[in-house]
Design a protein around this ligand. Structure first.
Ligand code: GDP
Ligand code: ZN
Length: 294
C-alpha cells in the first residue's frame, strides 16, 4: 500500500503522484457503492500493481470540494478582476467571495491589468483595496504584462492547492501562462486570431509551481448560490460574521430586524455600504429562489 495525490484524471485512469512517480491507477467498484468518486486533488491509498500502475483503495477525507472545476482539497482561490476591459465590478467580486467562502476555501483578490490604469483608476482601485484589506483579504494589484510581478504571484502558491476564478476576459489564462511558461492555455486573443471560440472541455490537471499545486484551468467564471442558506450568507461576509454577534435577535438576517448590529456598523461607517447592499441583494436572491425537490 502507498499514499499519493491524484494529479489528473484521464480516460478512466487517475494519475497518482507518490514519491516522485506517477502511477496510472484504476478506481475500484468500492467508490460506486460509497457514492463517491475520486477527484483530482484527492489524497488516496493505493496498491501498486507495477512501477507505473495501481489500484486506488481508499480516498482520504476531503478538506474542501469543488465541482466546477472538479477538484478536492483546494486551499485557496485567486479571484481575478481587471481594472478595465472588463471594468472592475465590486458586485461580481463579492459574488465570487461569497461563493468561495461558502466552500470554506480561502479567497485571494487579484486586480489585474494594472498597466491599463490611469491616475483616477488607480485612485479608485486603491480605495477598494483598502476596504477589502480592512476586512482581512489579501489584495494584489497585478499585470500579466509585467514579468517583474510574476515572482510575487508565484510566492503565493507555496505549499497550497490553488485555483483561479473570475469573469471571462480578466486575464486568468494570461496569468497562468505567465507563471508557468510551459503551459499553453488559449487566451482570448489567440482564439480570436484563430477565428474560433475557446474550447471549454478540458481535463483538469494539477501543476507544481513554486512548491505548491495549481489547477491548469481558468476555473469558474460564473457562480450560483443554490447551496447557500439565508442563515449561512452572513457567515460568508467576514465583517458581518464579526458584527452579528451583537445583534439583538439570534438568527437576525440584518434586514428589517430592530437592534441589528450590522446595520449599526453600516451607519457608523464600520462596514462599507456597498458590501451591505450586496449582502441584501444576495439575501433577496436566496429568499426568492424556488425550492428544489431533487
Ligand atoms: P481569461 O478569460 O480570464 O482567461 O482572460 P485572458 O487571459 O484570455 O485575457 C483576456 C485579454 O486580456 C487578452 O487579450 C489578454 O492579452 C489581455 N490581458 C490579460 N492580462 C492583461 C494585463 O495584465 N494587461 C493588459 N493590458 N492586458 C491583459
Ligand atoms: Zn443583524
Amino acid at each position: 500500500m502507498a499514499e499519493g495525490r491524484i494529479m489528473k484524471a484521464l480516460s478512466g485512469f487517475y494519475y497518482v503522484q507518490s514519491d516522485e512517480n506517477l502511477y496510472a491507477c484504476k478506481g475500484r467498484g468500492l467508490f460506486r457503492k460509497q457514492k463517491v468518486s475520486p477527484l483530482v486533488g484527492d489524497l488516496v491509498v493505493f496498491d501498486k500493481s507495477s512501477d507505473l500502475e495501481g489500484y486506488i483503495q481508499e480516498i482520504k477525507p476531503r478538506k474542501t470540494e469543488l465541482s466546477r472545476p472538479p477538484i478536492a482539497n483546494v486551499d485557496q482561490a485567486m479571484i481575478v478582476n481587471s481594472v478595465k476591459m472588463p471594468q472592475f465590478s465590486p458586485l461580481l467580486l463579492d459574488r465570487f467571495l461569497v461563493f468561495i467562502e461558502s466552500k470554506r476555501i480561502k479567497p485571494l483578490i487579484i486586480i489585474n491589468k494594472i498597466d491599463l490604469a490611469n491616475d483616477s483608476d488607480l485612485k479608485t482601485i486603491k480605495e477598494f483595496k483598502a476596504i477589502y484589506e480592512k476586512i482581512g483579504y489579501h489584495v494584489l494589484l497585478f499585470s500579466a504584462k509585467e514579468p517583474r510581478d510574476f515572482m510575487t504571484m508565484k510566492s503565493l502558491f507555496n505549499d497550497k492547492i490553488t485555483v483561479f476564478a473570475g469573469q471571462s476576459g480578466v486575464g486568468k489564462s494570461s496569468i497562468l501562462n505567465a507563471v508557468k511558461p510551459s503551459l499553453t492555455l488559449e487566451t482570448a486573443q489567440i482564439s480570436k486570431s484563430l477565428g474560433r471560440g475557446r474550447h471549454t472541455t478540458r481535463h483538469v490537471e494539477l501543476l507544481e509551481i513554486n512548491g505548491g499545486l495549481v489547477a491548469d484551468t481558468p476555473g469558474f467564471s460564473v457562480v450560483d448560490f443554490s447551496h447557500i442558506s439565508r442563515e449561512e450568507l452572513g457567515l460568508c461576509f467576514p465583517e458581518i460574521k464579526t458584527f452579528q454577534a451583537h445583534c439583538k435577535f439570534r438568527g437576525c438576517l440584518h434586514d428589517k430586524e430592530p437592534g441589528c448590529a450590522v446595520k449599526q456598523a453600516v451607519a457608523n461607517k464600520e462596514m462599507a455600504t456597498f458590501r451591505y447592499d450586496h449582502y441584501l441583494a444576495f439575501l433577496e436572491e436566496i429568499q426568492s429562489r424556488k425550492p428544489r425537490y431533487s
